[in-house]
Design a protein around this ligand. Sequence first.
Ligand SMILES: Nc1ncnc2c1ncn2[C@@H]1O[C@H](COP(=O)(O)OP(=O)(O)OP(=O)(O)O)[C@@H](O)[C@H]1O
Ligand SMILES: [Mg+2]
Length: 274
Amino acid sequence: MCTTNSFLIEVSDLTHIYDGEIAALKRVNLQIGSGGIIAIVGANGSGKTTLIKHFNGLLHPTEGNVVVKGMNTRNTKTSQLAKEVGYVFQNPDHQIFCSTVLEETLFGLKQMKIPDTEARSRAARALEAVNLYDMRDRHPRQLSHGQRQRLATASVLALETQVLVLDEPTTGQDFVARRQIMSLAMSLERQGRTIILVTHDMSLVAEYATRVIVMKDGQILTNTTPINLFSQDDILAETGLKLPPVIEIYRGLDIQQTTPSLTIEDMCDLISAK
Ligand SMILES: Nc1ncnc2c1ncn2[C@@H]1O[C@H](COP(=O)(O)OP(=O)(O)OP(=O)(O)O)[C@@H](O)[C@H]1O
Ligand SMILES: [Mg+2]
């Protein structure tokens, strides 16, 4: 089924049931346009990973439809969807199987039949972007978990897809690596790409997300801006989501300003200007 609308991803009445009994998604509706960093948050088991696995055909709907750039994932080859939606797994060990870091980064490019010179330059760029170029000849087993996660990101980054889906990319990363991954996401967004990011890190949502989707029990509770979410105490309480420290600090201050700052840097500026 082809559609002529402008959405990159259109999810309609999506239900996913595992093993005939576990309803992980229940009639989810969602439309994702071009551009932006879209965070998906929610408690463990709320259906975040199940939802994003539908975006590149890793999972198919039990009921309902997912349409990516006009292609219904039910009848589109995964290889076709992989050209549009890059997907980085929550656990990098589900994705890494080559014997060097460079080969791993080249693998998807070879599958897509990208000519060798172009593939090598894309792989080098992607490895540099995640600070792993100097480790290109190492076996992935020699890398730390955080480095393997960045390798998994580089392999997908190299494919230069319009949509990049990242499942908890900053979990287990130190402060510097987290910043590096997120500035990469921002530079991709500036190039017009769409970044979909599952995370438990509400500071990351505050600092980087343009929208945030909150999930609970296989459904979307709200799809809004971070600033709007942080003012909805009922949703936060219902989902057990914690406010990021920057908003906690803001609430504790006597500042007559309508919108709180979303980064520590802006908050420091605000306080020192008082
Ligand atoms: N392969 C599977 N087989 C059976 N049930 C599954 C499978 N994967 C997930 N589930 C179940 O589906 C529901 C949603 O899981 P999902 O992994 O999508 O949640 P999540 O929000 O990504 O959680 P987390 O934050 O822990 O990663 C949970 O009840 C989970 O136990
Ligand atoms: Mg998950």
